[in-house]
Design a protein around this ligand. Sequence first.
Ligand code: LLP
Length: 463
Amino acid sequence: MSRSAHPAGPRHADVLPEGHYSAPPADLNALDPRVWAQTVGRDGEGVATVGGIDVKRLAEEFGTPAYILDEADFRARARAWRTAFGTDADVFYAGKAFLSRAVVRWLYEEGLNLDVCSGGELATALSAGMPADRIAFHGNNKSTGEIERAVRAGVGRIVLDSFQEIVRVAHIAQSLGRRQRVQIRVTVGVEAHTHEFIATAHEDQKFGIPLAGGQAAEAVRRALQLDGLELIGIHSHIGSQIFDMSGFEVAAHRVVGLLRDIRDEHGVELPEIDLGGGLGIAYTSGDDPREPHEIAKALTEIVTRECEAARLRTPRISVEPGRAVVGPTAFTLYEVGTVKALDGLRTYVSVDGGMSDNIRTALYDAEYSVALVSRTSDAEPMLTRVVGKHCESGDIVVRDAFLPADLAPGDLIAVPATGAYCRSMASNYNHVLRPPVVAVRDGEARVIVRRESEEDLLRLDVG
Ligand code: LLP
């Protein structure tokens, strides 16, 4: 969003403070379908509803704060990814975005595979019945215990991230009498973030093995020699919240270049290529993400073209969207606590959660939107900052947002597009209890991750 002044004039000052905001929206009561989950709307009384249930009822029944997840939307998005890529490609949902056993079952039913990156995520996936051969195991520092569990379980692939790990996985697989299917994660020298990609020396990071300097080619050489490993492909993940496909284009070009070199050196055509995740979603009305079918078409065309040029058979493609599946499907429901108007500045609206349920604003300067959802209002827009209840001034949920000037304690407000990397990155800072995730569908709501209790906190504190 641009930094511009509020044309109608601010409520508390003649000049608005610096901030990431544009003019207030024309209609503060509108819930933009690009940003909100698919079944969100307002009922005749102006109360927001999701999956046929109004948010006041959800707040009464489940308390606030709470993540409210639109199950129909989640399934529809998962299905859209699955359908877009068809049967010649695999879609691995990135569990780091948000994982629970209910989610694993939905993914299974909708035909998706699952990417996990820790023993905990693996345990969740297996305990919910995801077939091990549909699981990919990631991570830059998997422990030997984690590797052993993954190999024993029979995961479909382990994505190797270092030279040590090549040897470690081979050794463990061999000692268990297995041949583990693996990919090698390479860094292609492209880092894509937000709306841009920068093709510079982004090998300078902890993930993957650099293509540059022949390191990735050396990793392939070693992996091909080890009996415990079946090298099935090359993996690349270029970044997060990407709107522009040109970063993938460069990545695919370089990965296919490696596949060509492998064929030339070893006479082997690796059958798979994984292009990772990172596809962007709309956090505010200003964001304009692409649909899964457009992404699938673009990626498939890029890989096919590159392979034709290299005279290679087109490998099976896989992708790993996390945010783009779950992000838009949930919102965080908060109750307004205090409302503090600072003359000449803005109004601070405190909610009953904060950086413990959404660290993304503090950590990445992420932008979110927010709306009054327990009622509509005709009051003038007021510039607010939505903050949490933590003992830290950086505890900001929405940095700059317009809310109606009659906002009062007890009102319910909601922050959309919090399905990804909010519950999964939640903390207990200040011993605040992590909120539940409530799944809503066809007029029914059920808790899929319950609210943390003080007993939960005290149980870990063994004195
Ligand atoms: N595959 C790999 C290998 C990844 O490292 C990631 C994300 C994904 C897939 C899924 O990316 P997605 O489609 O969800 O963007 N905490 C940050 C995001 C970190 C993402 C790390 N890796 C955030 O809140 O924005």
